[in-house]
Unconditional design. Structure first.
Length: 540
């Protein structure tokens, strides 16, 4: 491989000639056939999947769900040899990697790139990337939004595609804000699939709007402070630097952390918050990380043309799959260690009340870093048209390098004790069902339980608008240890399980955006006792 200094880097809209190879007509995607001016519909996705099925014996197709408008969301399971069930996947001993596209259909480059990834893994030069892993590819998650076609004038991004789907699903809901509350058909269907196949890593591909940084693609991982810190450190210190170097060396692109800087020049801070990548668990990637699994969000800049954006997503995903295939055993050991530590910490420290976890967080500095930056990125009408593009001379060519404060380190700011278990009354059957939908084990008591623990006493219930959503917050305090009687039929959430971090975050009354925050319990909340009890031990 050439060194970084010798490597040719592609800027702006440029891509290598014939980067996507030469394929017969039936294996060229709709985007390729249209010279990357159009993106696929769900019907064209199904047609393309069927074309691949006729060319390879290493594919199984599953249906994640049928949407409110009656559209099926398919996922391709790629394996050598083929596997057709989660049981076969587990018996193979291989890791499962899950790749997701079109959670937001106006951000279609990852979806289009995923078709090229599937073709390459099944029929191209990268078939060996299925040696140590099973890859599940779900190119279109928001199937209804994808087919709700509208005209794009380019005001927030590039000129292509000129027609595209809408961001929300057919109920007007943003599927990337459904990670905790799971109120959509799509969210529940996706999570059933994740629960069944238990991928070691989830990647979710996105598009930023018009930006001033100079990277072809950006990446981020789980930033909810309640998530396992060891896996986040492994992502930040090991996977991300390795994949970044691979993308530069093999594809000639510069990629870096998913963040933005302000409009002042020279800019001072490279910030997750400015890129709307908050420490909330609402995002699918952040929520998935609460499972003790790896998770990645990728976001391409909005102003390059579609082919460039597809190439950027393709490059990152292929480099990542090369890494996950080569380091499969090491990654498996990391998640198994995280699961074991989570359970053991509960067994060792929860009963005494000394096990703590985070309810909220904020970003701190990692220090100064060099960032590729453009001074301006201005929209402008193309002469003689009603189409908005990018003003010539802005956000193009080789960017400048500016030292900035890297504000991407998530740090916990408020804590609460982790109980040995949570107990819910039988009247919260809907909440127990939602926990189970998140893959959290919930047991129904078959006999009364005399329990010692703490109750949270609500002094005030408040509602406030935060980042476009009505969120609920509680004020109050936990009681000192007390004894309660719980009848048979109550729900018992034993925290000695790998999903303990998620259960804690969802059920704690003052978590930043758990079940309380998202209104799951709104009709049960009033001054008085919070309806979820923190169990420490059986009372004598």
């Amino acid at each position: 491989m050439p060194s970084a200094a010798q490597q040719h880097i592609y800027w702006g809209d440029s891509v290598p000639a014939r980067w996507n190879g030469q394929w017969p007509a039936e294996l060229r995607t709709f985007a390729e056939q249209s010279d990357f001016t159009r993106t696929m519909t769900t019907a064209q996705l199904h047609e393309y999947i069927n074309a691949l099925r006729w060319k390879s014996d290493r594919m199984h197709v599953l249906s994640m769900f049928t949407s409110p408008l009656g559209k099926v969301a398919p996922a391709m399971v790629l394996a050598n040899p083929r596997v057709t069930s989660p049981k076969e996947a587990r018996e193979s001993g291989k890791n499962v990697v899950f790749l997701l596209g079109n959670i937001h259909p106006p951000e279609p480059e990852a979806a289009e790139a995923l078709l090229l990834v599937a073709r390459e893994l099944l029929l191209g030069k990268s078939q060996s990337l299925l040696d140590n892993q099973i890859v599940i590819i779900a190119p279109i998650y928001n199937v209804d939004g994808t087919d709700a076609i509208s005209t794009n004038d380019g005001s927030i991004g590039s000129l292509t595609p000129v027609i595209q789907g809408q961001r929300e699903n057919s109920q007007g809901l943003d599927l990337n804000r459904d990670g905790v509350k799971l109120t959509t058909v799509e969210g529940n269907g996706l999570y059933r699939t994740l629960n069944e196949w238990d991928p070691i890593l989830l990647l979710d591909g996105h598009l930023m709007s018009r930006v001033n940084h100079g990277y072809a693609n950006t990446y981020g991982t789980v930033t909810v402070p309640a998530a396992n810190p060891g896996l986040r450190t492994y992502m930040d210190d090991t996977i991300f630097p390795a994949v970044r170097d691979m993308v530069r060396q093999q594809f000639g692109l510069e990629v870096f952390t998913h963040a933005l800087f302000g409009h002042e020049w020279p800019p001072k801070a490279w910030s997750h918050d400015l890129a709307a990548w908050t420490v909330d668990a609402k995002f699918v990637v952040n929520d998935f990380g609460l499972r003790n699994r790896f998770a990645i969000i990728t976001e391409t800049p909005g102003q390059p043309m579609l082919e460039r954006r597809v190439y950027a997503q393709y490059a990152y995903i292929m480099a990542l799959l090369e890494y996950t295939n080569a380091h499969a055993a090491e990654m498996r050991a990391a998640v198994e260690r995280a699961d074991k530590e989570t359970v053991q910490n509960v067994l060792d420290h929860a009963e005494s009340g000394t096990l703590m976890n985070y309810l909220d967080g904020e970003y701190h500095s990692r220090g100064q870093v060099p960032i590729l930056a453009y001074r301006t990125n201005e929209p402008a009408y193309l002469p003689g048209t009603s189409v908005i593009g990018t003003k010539p001379g802005t956000a193009s060519g080789k960017p400048e390098t500016v030292m900035m404060d890297d504000l991407t380190l998530p740090v916990g700011t408020r804590q609460a004790s982790v109980p040995r278990a949570y107990i819910l009354p039988a009247s919260l059957a809907d909440v127990a069902a939602k926990l189970r939908a998140h893959n959290i084990e919930v047991r129904t008591l078959d006999e009364p339980l005399r329990a010692e623990g703490e109750a949270f006493i609500i002094s005030k219930v408040s509602h406030a608008r935060r980042r476009g959503y009505d969120m609920t917050t509680l004020e109050g305090d936990f009681t000192r240890a007390q004894v309660r009687e719980f009848p048979a039929g109550s729900f018992f959430v034993d925290m000695a399980q790998p999903m303990a971090n998620a259960a804690f975050y969802y059920l704690e009354p003052q978590a930043r955006d758990g079940f309380v925050g998202w209104g799951v319990l709104d009709d049960r909340l009033r001054p008085g006792e919070y309806p979820v009890f923190k169990f420490r031990r059986k009372a004598r």
